[in-house]
Design a protein around this ligand. Sequence first.
Ligand SMILES: *[C@@H]1O[C@H](CO)[C@@H](O)[C@H](O)[C@H]1NC(C)=O
Ligand SMILES: *[C@@H]1O[C@H](CO)[C@@H](O)[C@H](O)[C@H]1NC(C)=O
Length: 369
Amino acid sequence: MSVQLGVLAACIVLFVPMGLAGWHLSRNKMLFFSCALFIMLAVGVHLTPYIPSISNFVSSIAAVKDRDSCISFLHDVIWDFKSSNLRDEIISWGWGESEQVASCEFQKLGRYDASDLLNGSWVVVAGDSHARLIVLSLLNLVLDLEAMDSVKSDLFKRHSDYQIMIDGIGMKLDFIWAPYVRNLTDLFLRFKKERVCPNVLVMGSGLWHMLHVTDASDYGDSVRLLKNSILSFLPVSPELGNDGPIRSPHLFWLGMPVLINAILNTEEKREKMTDKMLAAYEREIYDCKLLRQSGGPFLLLDIHSLSQKCGPRCTDDGMHYYAVVYEAAVQQCALDSGEVYKPDDSESSALTPSTSLRSTKIEVRSFDL
Ligand SMILES: *[C@@H]1O[C@H](CO)[C@@H](O)[C@H](O)[C@H]1NC(C)=O
Ligand SMILES: *[C@@H]1O[C@H](CO)[C@@H](O)[C@H](O)[C@H]1NC(C)=O
């Protein structure tokens, strides 16, 4: 094959310039044409063997695209309500069963997978009371019930930070109480100054600002500031790590939940935290291009859509939802940071009831908000 091509090339290099000579071109021009032809043909012949790898390259691009489209289906969750003989309903969730979602083969992580995934990592969750609930669900994924009991009492001290080291898997988790987006920016500046960088960073604030400042454009300003400070921090420069270059963290933005105004528990909340205000706050997040779908750094944990689909049956105060909602968000967070879409064997789990959380309600006395 390549011999034939070579002969063909030689003929072209020889005869085309000779033909051109018939058009009374100068010797220099002829030389130029034959050189140019020779180079083009040589490049062509040498590239041929690589064509299969070019097609591999194209298909790997297609795989990347697949992965992105799977991420967009991560939030495609359906809820299932079963009444039990206890007073509570049993609420469970699973991924939708449409063909596209099924092709992503999402699976819930069990304790073993989660421990494996989070082994040796440093996770920082910063934000308001919703971020606390995320911490609870995340820990629930890696700790047993007994350990969870002591976590709950420590974690839900009002307006405080929380830190836990899980020795078994060498995982460190920090919760930073950051009611305002400005506090999140401060946290980033602190990381930058101390030259440290967590592996997973989950952030989200908004409701506190909505209640105490109630000004969407001011909120937008602070979000813009946060975004700029993050972009100046990323990509993490190689000298940051102690042992070689470190990867930039997985960044997640904790979206705001749907607020059910009628059952918010104070008059002030019902007055200020309206649907209209919530929409204005959420618009700022999109306008600031904070999220990956608009080219920003954060992947959205879509608490809005999760809480909306779960509905009024999944909340007591119209603002903080039952653990199962955050559990769904945490699973998505873990799936994305581990990029585990196709764990090997175990059977598919559309709508397996949540076995890890015995009770779908969390008994917490004091929320920050
Ligand atoms: C965590 O990783 C270490 C070494 O990388 C390994 O020895 C250990 O077994 C892992 N633990 C779990 C629970 O996966
Ligand atoms: C959060 O930011 C506000 C305003 O910038 C500040 O007053 C407050 O002390 C900060 N809170 C924490 C916990 O850092």
